[in-house]
Every structure is written in structure tokens, then in C-alpha cells.
Design a protein around this ligand. Structure first.
Ligand code: NAP
Length: 362
């Protein structure tokens, strides 16, 4: 098995390359500096040169807000997520190389109450979601041997700004933060890397498993419950935060476009087909918080060195969990707030009235 990884510098790409290195899988990582997805001739050359048994694409344009805000970003979003994927799919189709492509729960409109299955009708409501959906469609048309893996919001130590903002705001505003009232299933990028490797190994055994699959961590949560879990974890390493935690009040803001109400996915099919079980997000949150506080400096993943240049985290703009215009600071407040219970448990907080608010965003 030899894997060619496009998007090796993304948070998911880095986790994947780390895992492949640990497992001694033969792979070639490609970042934008190596090959720009938008330069088709370079893409063809790179694929031919690497001659992989499978191609994995986790490259993306993922800034939802910018894609809505200006025409140039919208165009780039379409180019990377649709045209870029079409180009890759065409090469794979022509050369008979199986292609695994990572997509997003934002192909749905978020109106469903339950988790989304692969059979649910897609109806993207934002530019990013549309571009991912068109990318999926092109892949289905161009390459018979394809796997589309949709996930919900990802987090990792490479994308910790959301958590840092949250902690800073909570301390700065004496326990008052505000988040969007959405339901999602945040998933450690390292867990998705595990899933991708699991699929790749079965494809390598000639399993005929082409199609679309969903994966995210167990148990969808509302963003306030997720935020509370992260803050409680952080408070274990932060005296100032620990002090304000008894006054924690999480205000809930309405979900506004381009974000959607519910982005959690049903993972029955991936379990039935590949035997891939959903994991808890808890250990991923603990690991990320410990990394933020420098508690666990050398995780096994951090020790491995994939052949990928690591860019500063701040340089990466991301698909973010729903936030109020992606900024901390005053925002049109709604009604609900949540008061923290005793630390440790991520149970849904009780409501109380609040004043100031904050909208964490990566
Ligand atoms: N983040 C989430 O919450 C989330 C949720 C659901 C699904 N997904 C999907 O998961 C995948 C990975 O997401 P992520 O958060 O790990 O992404 P990310 O960290 O935002 O990284 C995106 C990567 O795409 C690469 N890229 C952008 N334009 C490119 C181009 N023209 N040619 C080649 N590479 C290009 C960038 O490469 P450089 O750094 O080299 O510029 C960057 O490393 C995507 O398919 C995304 O849609 C993500």
C-alpha cells in the first residue's frame, strides 16, 4: 500500500501523516507548496510520479465566513473544493486509483432533529457547503473507486485558537461567555486520521466498499455543553480560571448563516461496512488542553516527525464551529444562559440570565 496525501499541512493531514509515520505506512505527503491543487498539470505529474495505490484528499478551502463575505474568497472556495477535487478525481478515474476524499456535514441544511445519515437529502445552505457538495458530485462522476468521508467539526492541537479564546474570555469576563446554540459532534482530527487509515487498509485488501460514509465522535452535544467540558478541563491547570468557574454563565446566541443548527452525523453505515466504531471526544479534549498548558509536552504523536512543514497555528484559517461572526466581544444577545455545575461532568448546564457574552471561534 502506498498513499498519496493531498492537504498534508491541514490539521487532519498532519494527524494523518503522524499516524502513517508511526504505523510505518508508505506515503507521500503533499502540501500546497509542493503541488497546488488548482494547477492541474502539476497534479497529474505528482500523481504519476508518486504512483500511489490510493490517493487521499484532505485539502480544502474552509473559511465559511469569508466565502460568504467576498466574491474573491467565494471563488477560491469553489476552485479548491470543487474544481480541485474534480481534477484529482479525473486523474484517479483515468489511472484507476482509488480516491478517498474528506467532506463535510455542511452539505446538509441542519434542519433535521436527529443525526444525518448518508441517505438524507443534501441541501447546502452556504457557499462552503455547496462547494463541498459539488466536489462530492464530481468525484462520484469521475472516479468509480471512491470513498467520500463526511465529518463534523474537527479540533486538534493544530487548531487550538477556539479553546484559547474561550479560556481567555472566561477569565477576562469573570465566567461569562457566549456561544451559538447549535448541536454538533466535535471530533478530534486524530480520531478521523485513525478512521481514514482503517478505510485505506480495507481498500488495500480489495474490499469493494465505494460510496459515502459518515463519521464523527460519539454523542452529539450542544455547543454550551462542549464549551463547559473544555473549560472544566482547562480549570484543572489554571488557577485563575478555576476561581471564576463557580460563576460560569454560558449565554446562547441564535445560529446564523453560514452556520447550521444541527451538523451531527449518524455513523451506523461506517460501523456496518468497515467495523469502525465511534470513539469519545473526551481524550482528545484532554490532550488538547494539556498541550495548551504545556502539561504533556511529548505526546507520542508529537514525537513522530512526518515529512511535512508545520506552519504557525495562527496562519491557518478554518472551518469553525458556529460563532457570532467569528469574533469575541459584544453581540446581539439572546436569552438563555447556563450556569456551571461542579467541575468534571459535561452535563447540560442549567439556565440563568446573563449580561456579557463571548463567541469563541478558531
Ligand atoms: N475543520 C473542520 O471542522 C472540518 C469539518 C468537517 C469536514 N472537514 C473537512 O476535513 C478536511 C480537512 O479539514 P482541516 O480542518 O484539517 O483543514 P485545514 O486545516 O483548514 O487545512 C486545509 C488545507 O488545505 C490545503 N489547501 C488549500 N488550498 C489548496 C490548494 N490550492 N492546493 C493544495 N492544498 C490546498 C491547505 O494547504 P496549505 O496549508 O499548504 O496552504 C491546508 O493545509 C477538509 O476536506 C474539510 O472540508 C473539516
Amino acid at each position: 500500500m502506498k498513499l498519496l496525501v493531498f492537504g498534508a499541512n491541514s490539521q487532519l493531514g498532519r494527524e494523518l501523516c503522524t499516524l502513517l509515520t508511526e504505523r510505518e505506512v508508505d506515503f507521500v505527503p503533499l502540501a500546497t507548496d509542493d503541488v497546488d491543487l488548482l494547477k492541474h498539470k502539476e497534479v497529474v505529474k505528482a500523481v504519476t510520479r508518486a504512483n500511489p495505490t490510493q490517493l487521499i484528499n484532505v485539502a480544502t478551502y474552509a473559511n465559511l465566513q469569508k466565502a460568504e463575505a467576498d466574491a474573491e474568497s467565494a471563488r477560491l472556495c469553489d476552485l479548491v473544493n470543487t474544481e480541485g477535487v474534480t481534477g484529482l478525481a479525473r486523474v484517479c478515474g483515468q489511472l484507476g486509483i482509488p480516491m478517498l476524499h474528506h467532506s463535510s456535514s455542511y452539505v446538509f441544511d441542519g434542519r433535521k432533529k436527529e443525526t444525518y445519515t448518508e441517505e438524507d437529502e443534501t441541501n447546502p445552505t452556504c457557499r462552503y457547503g455547496q462547494s463541498k457538495w459539488y466536489g462530492e458530485r464530481a468525484l462520484r462522476e469521475e472516479a468509480e473507486k471512491h470513498i467520500i468521508l463526511r465529518t463534523d467539526w474537527l479540533f486538534s492541537r493544530y487548531r487550538s485558537q477556539y479553546f484559547q479564546n474561550l479560556i481567555d474570555t472566561c477569565k477576562g469576563q469573570k465566567g461569562r461567555v457566549s456561544v451559538v446554540d447549535n448541536r454538533f459532534s466535535p471530533t478530534p482530527a486524530s480520531d478521523v486520521a485513525r478512521v481514514i487509515l482503517g478505510i485505506a487498509l480495507q481498500v488495500d485488501c480489495n474490499a469493494s466498499v465505494w460510496g459515502t460514509y459518515h463519521y464523527n465522535a460519539m454523542q452529539p452535544v450542544n455547543q454550551d455543553a462542549f464549551v463547559q467540558l473544555a473549560l472544566e478541563e482547562a480549570a484543572k491547570h489554571d488557577k485563575r480560571l478555576e476561581k471564576v468557574m463557580p460563576d460560569l454563565a454560558i449565554e446562547l446566541l441564535p445560529v446564523e448563516a453560514p452556520y447550521i443548527h444541527n451538523s451531527a452525523l449518524n455513523c451506523t453505515k461506517i460501523m456496518a461496512t468497515f467495523g469502525i466504531k465511534q470513539r469519545s471526544r473526551g481524550p482528545g479534549v484532554v490532550e488538547l488542553i494539556e498541550a495548551l498548558y504545556g502539561v504533556r509536552k511529548k505526546t507520542p504523536a508529537a514525537k513522530a516527525k512526518p515529512k511535512v512543514e508545520v506552519k504557525p497555528q495562527a496562519a491557518v484559517e478554518a472551518e469553525a464551529p458556529p460563532s457570532k461572526k467569528g469574533k469575541a466581544g459584544p453581540a446581539a444577545s439572546r436569552k438563555k444562559t447556563a450556569k456551571a455545575s461542579s467541575p468534571r461532568r459535561a452535563k447540560r448546564p442549567a439556565r440563568k440570565a446573563a449580561g456579557q457574552k463571548q463567541s469563541p471561534s478558531p
